[in-house]
Design a protein around this ligand. Sequence first.
Ligand code: ADE
Length: 263
Amino acid sequence: MKFDILTLLPGFFDSALNLGVIGRAVKEGTLSVKTHDIREFTTDTHKTVDDAPYGGGAGMLMKPAPVAAALRSVLKEAESGKGSEEGLLNGACAPVVILLTPQGVPLTQKIVRGLAEKERLILLCGRYEGVDERIRPMVDMEISIGDYILTGGEAAALILLDSVGRLIPGVLGCSLSSERDSFSDGLLEGPQYTRPELFEESKVPDVLLSGDHAKISRWRRKESLRRTMERRPELLKGLKPDKEDRAILDELRAEGGFDDFVK
Ligand code: ADE
């Protein structure tokens, strides 16, 4: 999968793209990530990328011309790649252009899964007070990583890249670990333990040491439902409980404290 990041701060991504799981995937070529410095697409001697908003107001906006030129350059390269051997091999389809902005749709695991199906994502990072409105028609999607304001879209782009990248086959060592994640089935993950068995007087639950896989799997499901009820009850509204889930939910209610979130 290919990512192109359009940014005024290409250096922002250096360590993140060289470290950990994503760094390894980039080195191995499972993920290809290119940063493009929007400043390189200015045409004036001062390489101006921002300007004051018409009508007045605080802060500066990103000028539309360098952003549009950067975007068109990447789109043109992607279009020309279609005819290449690589393009033919991976059945190149149109890249999806994403603007990272607090005004976008909130990023969820469902959106992440949808984006992981694409061949190529172009991530446009805003800085200052944002981009000129005339850039908006050039993007396919606007995404926010949460209801708070960052100094720019770079951190948001990294979060998107990380969450999508880890779903690409070959990026995580074990594909089961992404299937068992919090949110992959709409629930939070329950408690997990590793060695030692006894840590500061706190012991690993016996069931996890029992070797009884059916029992372990039921316990995990119950703890996942419990944690979701306790912390994010609204997530249970989307749950379609089977017979076993219903039995577990009854047990949790009987154990106390929860309203009837799921009938
Ligand atoms: N840029 C600034 N704040 C942002 C946010 N919350 N999400 C995405 N991009 C942003």
